[in-house]
Design a protein around this ligand. Structure first.
Ligand SMILES: *Cc1c(COP(=O)(O)O)cnc(C)c1O
Length: 454
C-alpha cells in the first residue's frame, strides 16, 4: 500500500490548484482548511482525525447523514450493474422507478419528471419550459418572468437572471435577461421590518406583487419563487398564507408558477415538499440538493400534465423541448435517491422531525435575547441567526467586518462546521441529527457568538 499523503501536502495541492466557489482566493491561500477524509453520521472527519459536526448539511444537501450503509449499498449495487446510460434514446431502470416515486410524492398534479444534475439547471429548465409553453399555447408575447428581490436560484445565467442578490449578481447584469422584480415579504430589511412590523411588509409586498401582475400579465410567462424560505438570501421566512396567495394570483393572471424547492425540498421544512404546507401545486417544481440524500449530483424539474401536454405534437411542428444534459437520469444518482426515499419511510424521518423542530425553535428563541442577535428565523429544520452590532437600533455590522465568518471559524473550536450567509449564521444540519447532537450544535453556536460578539 502506498504511504498516506500528509495533510500539509494535500493543503498545498489544494492551494496551488483548486479555485474554490464563492471564495476570495487570496484569503483562502493564507488559510489551512481542514481536509475532510471521512464522514460518520452527522460528523465530518478530517485528515488529522478531528471531528466536526456538519451544521450546514454539506451545503444544505445532507438528509440521512454521511456514509449511510443503506445508501452506500444501493450505490454499490447499482455500480455493479451499470454506472451510466443515456436517456437520449433509452431509459433506465432506476430513472423510471424514481420518476414514478417522485410523481407519487410531489404535490398532486406534478406528474412529469425532467432530469438534470444540479439545482441551477433544474431552474433553467423550469424557465425554458414556461417560456416555450406559451409559445405553443399561441401566446408568444408572454415572455417575461417575475422574480423576487433577494432571491437565489443558482449561478448559471438564466438562474442568475431571476436572482435578486446584488452582491452575487450585479456584476453579471449585462449578460442577463431582465425580469419584473417583486419585493420579498418579511424581508427583515425594509422600514416596516426594521420596526418589526413584518405584517405590514407582507401586506405591502402582496399589494405590489398584485399590481405588477395586473400590469404585466399579458407579457409574463412565469413567476419563479423559493417556497416558504428564501435560502441564500439569508434564510428569510415567508409569512403563512403568502405562497397560497401567490398561487392564486398566478392562476388568476395566467402566469406559470415555478417553485424552486432545491433547498427546501425533501423534508427540510417539516413536510416532504414546502409547497405541501400550503396545499399548493406549482405548475413547475425544481428539485436537487436533498434529492439523493446529499450523495450525488442529481436534479429533477417536475411539471403538470397541462405544461407537458403543450409540448406534444408532430415532430415537424417543432414542439419538442430541445434541452438535455449528458448525465441526465444517471442511474447511480437515481439509485441513491431511491435509497434515500426508502429511508424516509423506514426510519419515519418526517414523523421524527416535530420534536427536533420544536427544540431548535426553543434554542433560537433563547438566542434571540442575546445582545448581538437581531432577528432569528426558522422554518422546520432551517435556522437563521442574524448578528447585529446594536440590538436596539438594529444597527448592522458592516459587511466587511465579516462577523458571520468569524463566528463560524470560532465554531470550529467547538467542534462545528458552519458556513454563514453574510452576518446570518445558518443552521441546516442533516435531518437525521439527534436531539443530543442538535444541543451540541446550538451550544457551540451560542458560545461562538458570545466569544466573537460580546
Ligand atoms: C442551491 C440552490 C440552487 C442552485 O443549486 P446548484 O446545485 O448549486 O446549482 C437553486 N435554488 C436554490 C433555492 C438553492 O438553494
Amino acid at each position: 500500500m502506498s504511504k498516506p499523503i500528509s495533510t500539509a501536502t494535500l493543503q498545498a495541492y489544494d492551494r496551488d490548484h483548486i479555485w474554490h466557489p464563492f471564495t476570495q482566493m487570496r484569503e483562502w491561500e493564507a488559510s489551512e482548511p481542514p481536509v475532510i477524509v471521512r464522514g460518520e453520521g452527522c460528523w465530518l472527519v478530517d485528515s488529522e482525525g478531528i471531528r466536526l459536526l456538519d451544521g450546514v448539511g454539506s451545503l444544505w444537501t445532507n438528509v440521512h447523514g454521511h456514509a449511510v450503509p443503506e445508501i452506500n449499498a444501493a450505490i454499490k449495487d447499482q455500480l455493479d450493474r451499470i454506472e451510466h446510460s443515456t436517456l437520449l434514446g433509452l431509459t433506465n431502470e432506476k430513472a423510471a422507478l424514481l420518476a414514478k416515486r417522485l410523481a407519487d410524492l410531489a404535490p398532486t398534479g406534478l406528474t412529469r419528471v425532467f432530469y438534470s444534475d444540479n439545482g441551477s439547471t433544474a431552474v433553467e429548465i423550469g424557465i425554458k419550459m414556461a417560456f416555450q409553453y406559451w409559445q405553443h399555447r399561441g401566446r408568444p408575447e408572454k415572455q417575461r418572468f417575475i422574480s423576487f428581490k433577494n432571491a437565489y436560484h443558482g449561478d448559471t445565467l438564466g438562474a442568475v437572471s431571476v436572482g435578486g442578490i446584488d452582491t452575487f449578481h450585479a456584476v453579471f447584469r449585462p449578460l442577463l435577461f431582465r425580469t419584473i422584480q417583486a419585493p420579498s415579504p418579511y424581508c427583515y430589511r425594509c422600514e416596516s421590518c426594521v420596526e418589526r412590523d413584518h405584517t405590514r411588509c407582507d401586506l405591502q409586498c402582496l399589494q405590489e406583487l398584485e399590481r405588477l401582475m395586473e400590469a404585466h400579465a399579458g407579457e409574463t410567462a412565469g413567476l419563479v419563487i423559493e417556497p416558504l424560505v428564501q435560502g441564500a438570501g439569508g434564510m428569510i421566512v415567508q409569512p403563512p398564507g403568502f405562497l397560497k396567495r401567490v398561487r392564486e394570483l398566478c392562476s388568476r393572471h395566467e402566469i406559470l408558477m415555478v417553485a424552486d424547492e432545491v433547498a427546501v425540498g425533501f423534508g427540510r421544512t417539516g413536510t416532504m415538499f414546502a409547497c405541501q404546507q400550503e396545499a399548493v401545486t406549482p405548475d413547475i417544481m425544481a428539485l436537487s440538493k436533498g434529492i439523493t440524500g446529499g450523495y450525488l449530483p442529481l436534479a429533477a424539474t417536475l411539471a403538470t400534465e397541462e405544461v407537458y401536454g403543450a409540448f406534444l405534437g408532430e415532430y415537424r411542428e417543432l414542439k419538442t423541448f430541445f434541452h438535455g444534459h449528458t448525465f441526465t437520469g444517471n442511474p447511480l444518482g437515481c439509485a441513491a435517491a431511491l435509497a434515500s426515499l426508502d429511508l424516509f419511510e423506514s426510519t419515519q424521518l418526517l414523523e421524527s422531525l416535530p420534536q427536533k423542530i420544536a427544540y431548535l425553535g426553543s434554542r433560537l428563541t433563547e438566542l434571540s435575547h442575546r445582545p448581538h442577535v437581531g432577528d432569528v428565523r426558522q422554518s422546520g429544520m432551517i435556522g437563521g441567526i442574524e448578528l447585529v452590532r446594536d440590538k436596539d437600533s438594529r444597527d448592522p455590522y458592516a459587511w466587511e467586518e465579516r462577523v458571520g465568518v468569524q463566528v463560524c471559524l470560532e465554531a470550529r473550536k467547538h467542534g462545528l462546521f458552519l458556513r454563514p450567509l453574510g452576518n446570518t449564521i445558518v443552521v441546516f444540519p442533516p435531518l437525521v441529527i439527534s436531539l443530543d447532537e442538535l444541543a451540541f450544535l446550538m451550544d457551540g453556536i451560542e458560545q461562538s457568538i458570545r466569544s466573537v460578539c460580546d
